[in-house]
Design a protein around this ligand. Sequence first.
Ligand code: ADP
Length: 240
Amino acid sequence: MALLKLEGVTKRFGGLVAVDHVDLEVHEGEAIGIVGPNGSGKTTLYNLISGVYIPDEGRIIFDGKDITTLPAHARTPLGLARTFQIPRPFGSATVRENVAIGAMFGRAKLDVESALREADEYLKMVGIYELRDKEAKLLTPLEKRLMELARALAMKPKMLLLDEVMAGMNPSDVDRIIELLKKVRREENIAVVSMVEHLMHAITKFAERVIVMHQGKKLIEGETMQVLNDPKVIEVYLGK
Ligand code: ADP
């Protein structure tokens, strides 16, 4: 059974069909790339999956439950985590406190002490435990992104929806994030869905399967290398 299933999901803005009858399945522990040029519908698709928007047509099933009309905050406790859904990082709070907020978010019964203990575990997992007492605003861009991942992991999701997690990172930072995402999948069996605008080499190192969006529709889907070398995909990126 698919962990996430979209059936004919459609979202319109006035006359514009931003997401047009998209079917999609993501299985437990899978690594998926959602690729497509600017304006192809990736963000709207993410907003539909995470509950920012409710589709005009179609159904969304997560972990066997119909979540089509469920608000975003009610999706998080089911195990669907999108990094930006967690309250924004508090600059003056420490790294550890910020991750503890992630642990408490969506798990109302968790007390502060346990949340802080869990925060330490996830900071170790992403490799920034030594920065735990630093104010979050003093982190480098890479460290901030790793903290965001620790916050998302602390929510104990079944699926992580990552918004352009590798954007603006240099190649060695990208490698570090990719290694971390691989570890997360291996150790926690979390499905990881990453959105990528540019056909970055990085996606080939991480995603097993890629879905290419074009004008709101799924242009093609399949094994990463095969899809990225498909003439249809190359054409879309060259704007022909
Ligand atoms: P991507 O993330 O691939 O760049 P988007 O999902 O942001 O694509 O956009 C898909 C299309 O929907 C674009 O034509 C965009 O202008 C339009 N769109 C997105 N959000 C809105 C909105 N809130 N109101 C009107 N049009 C929107």
